[in-house]
Design a protein around this ligand. Structure first.
Ligand code: NAG
Ligand code: NAG
Ligand code: NAG
Ligand code: NAG
Ligand code: NAG
Ligand code: NAG
Length: 547
């Protein structure tokens, strides 16, 4: 049933999207925004079964499409009617694909002192992405899982399974709009994970126009020791924040206050632990950033009906995402100013504020305000990443754009990964350095037009960042490991094409991924011309020959 649904969704996307073999980003391509290239333009390859989004620099960087303003890789998970949605995409600044991991990007996190990719895997509530059920895995730089954080939360008394109904095709019934882990993840230097869940909680809602024996979706923050599985901190919004403080009236979009459909009055969407042990919690539906003491007490509120700070004019934020504090004095925030049922602002903004963490001085000053290139509302999602040089990368939430801003907030360039009419976007978009050394082997496919003395081979290696060239080798079936070098090409895209045409006949082929120093990183399997004989590379000795 589910597979069938997925199949028909993919088919319909194919029908109204146009494939594009051009894989570097477009620069100011007007057909892209108009929808003339389909509502989800994507890249294809000769053989690699990947269809990542095709970028368009709607506002080009000075060097388009190379984009010398950035170093590293873009990490994002395009959502909605996009082929290969729900994959963490790692893209070069020029738009070419580096790797794709199934799941939703939850950030790059230091764990054991080195970077790991956190990926949420699960199912969203059909038709909506505010709620979903799933778990987070941490992947090391070989893309191997080192921790599964679902088990930890579950073990520690956050009863996310209480309303599960396996008889439903998507594994849980609408009533359990339990949103597990999807909105935030932080890994601390103490090897703890900070996570969020929205378990249903019985509540008397008659004072808010709901049922006396009603239900809210609680907002739970939990910090768990990843090594021991022990919960170190659990905070429940329902024990500290009265729904009267919040703005999301009970209704269809926020839940009716019933057990079937609990009222999502709080809606946590970011948490950041501070060096002093306090937690910064963003409540989208209360329009508040709370600083929470390890005892659970609220130290201060920023924004909303009971703000302990005076917000300057123009930054009275609402329905916000992704709050972060730097150096106990600078706050970055993505202000949606809108949701699917209220529009406070015509388009979102991101900002950097200077404030007094100790809240002695209640005044806040504006460092900069960042505006989107396409001035369309963003009803959900969004992120702002402060770079070390004071510049920032902003992901414009449901608006499928991201951009770089200088230290004054001025826009430097803006890329789109779908036309604006595709109101889906990405949860967060970040720029990161990354070294991916996959534990999987390089992939190859021999073109079906090939003969023993005229061969075309396609090579790719999902997630590998260190490949600068590919080599092709051939051998005789009688002695497959006596390999002859046949071709070498520089790697400029996700997939590379290697060719041999000559006097000699070969029956077996394999490729080698070569790094910038000319060292062989790994071989693919050895494959016969007809694709039927396959000698596993891991049964071979890697020769380490320099070429
Ligand atoms: C529910 O709350 C209302 C007023 O807020 C109160 O009158 C009523 O007694 C409460 N019901 C229960 C079962 O506590
Ligand atoms: C790490 O643990 C120490 C000792 O318990 C504590 O003082 C510190 O605040 C913790 N740091 C973080 C980032 O949680
Ligand atoms: C925080 O302070 C450090 C050390 O002074 C500095 O290098 C860094 O740029 C500051 N971060 C921000 C966002 O101001
Ligand atoms: C090669 O593969 C393509 C794509 O699958 C197919 O259309 C074509 O007929 C094949 N050609 C041969 C010679 O088998
Ligand atoms: C090798 O095959 C390709 C593609 O099938 C063809 O275009 C080319 O002419 C062939 N080369 C030789 C030397 O036969
Ligand atoms: C795209 O960018 C990557 C990283 O800088 C580079 O290795 C690759 O050659 C570029 N590809 C093209 C087609 O420009």
């Amino acid at each position: 049933m589910f597979a069938f649904l997925l199949g028909s969704i993919l088919l319909s996307v194919v029908a109204f999207s146009q494939k594009s073999l051009a894989s570097v980003a477009f620069c100011e391509n007007a057909d892209y925004e108009s929808g003339a290239l389909g509502i989800s333009p994507y890249q294809t390859y000769q053989a690699a079964p990947f269809h990542p989004i095709q970028l368009n620099y709607a506002l080009p960087p000075t060097n388009c499409p190379a984009n010398n303003d950035v170093q590293g890789y873009f990490f994002l998970t395009p959502a909605g009617v996009v082929i290969m949605q729900d994959h963490v995409l790692i893209l070069n600044p020029n738009g070419t694909l580096v790797g794709a991991i199934p799941g939703t990007f939850m950030g790059l996190h230091k764990y054991n002192g080195v970077d790991h990719v956190a990926v949420w895997k699960g199912q969203y509530e059909p038709g909506r992405r505010a709620y979903g059920r799933g778990y987070i895995v941490l992947l090391d730089n070989t893309y191997s899982p080192v921790a599964n954080l679902y088990d930890l939360l579950y073990m520690n008394g956050v009863d996310i399974d209480q309303l599960q109904d396996d008889s439903k095709p998507w594994g849980w019934r609408r009533s359990s709009r339990v949103q597990v882990l999807h909105h935030e993840l932080e890994i601390t230097s103490n090897k703890t994970a900070i996570m969020v869940a929205y378990p249903p909680q019985a509540a008397n809602l008659s004072a808010y126009g709901g049922p006396e024996n009603g239900y809210i979706a609680d907002g739970v923050v939990q910090e768990v020791d990843i090594t021991t599985g022990r919960a170190l901190f659990t905070w429940r919004a329902s024990e500290h924040v009265d729904p009267g403080e919040c703005y999301a009236a009970m209704g269809d979009a926020t839940g009716k206050g019933t057990r079937e459909y609990p009222w999502d009055y709080f809606h946590i969407n970011s948490i950041q632990k501070q060096d002093d042990g306090n937690y910064l919690v963003s409540s989208r539906h209360c329009h508040v950033l709370y600083l929470i003491h390890p005892s659970g007490d609220i130290i201060w509120r920023m924004g909303g009906k009971m703000s302990d700070f005076v917000l300057p004019k123009g930054i009275e934020f609402s329905w916000q995402h992704h709050a972060r504090i730097y150096n106990r004095s600078i706050l970055s925030l993505f202000n949606n100013g809108a949701t699917h049922f209220v529009k406070d602002l015509p388009f979102p903004q991101a900002f950097l504020l200077k404030f007094d963490y100790s809240n002695v001085d209640r005044e806040i000053s504006i460092i900069n305000i960042q505006s989107p290139f396409n001035r369309k509302p963003a009803a959900a999602r969004g992120s702002i990443q402060l770079l070390e040089n004071g510049e920032s990368i902003v992901g414009w939430g449901t608006s499928p754009y991201f951009s770089q801003h200088d230290a004054n907030g001025e826009i430097k360039w803006s890329a789109q990964f779908a036309p604006s009419q595709n109101d889906n976007g990405a949860y967060r978009v970040f720029l990161h350095d990354w070294v991916g050394r996959p534990s999987t082997l390089p992939s190859m496919q021999i073109s079906n037009t090939s003969t023993s003395n005229n061969v075309t081979v396609y090579a790719w290696w999902n997630g590998a960042t260190e490949v600068s060239a590919w080599q092709l080798f051939g051998s005789a079936i009688s002695n497959p490991l006596a390999l002859t070098f046949l071709d070498v090409v520089s790697k400029v895209d996700f997939e590379s094409t290697l060719r041999y045409a000559g006097e000699e006949d070969y029956e077996m082929f394999r490729v080698a991924a070569i790094d910038a120093n000319g060292e062989i990183l790994a071989y693919s399997d050895l494959v016969s011309l007809d694709g039927e004989i396959d000698v596993k590379a891991d049964s071979q000795t890697v020769m380490g020959t320099r070429y």
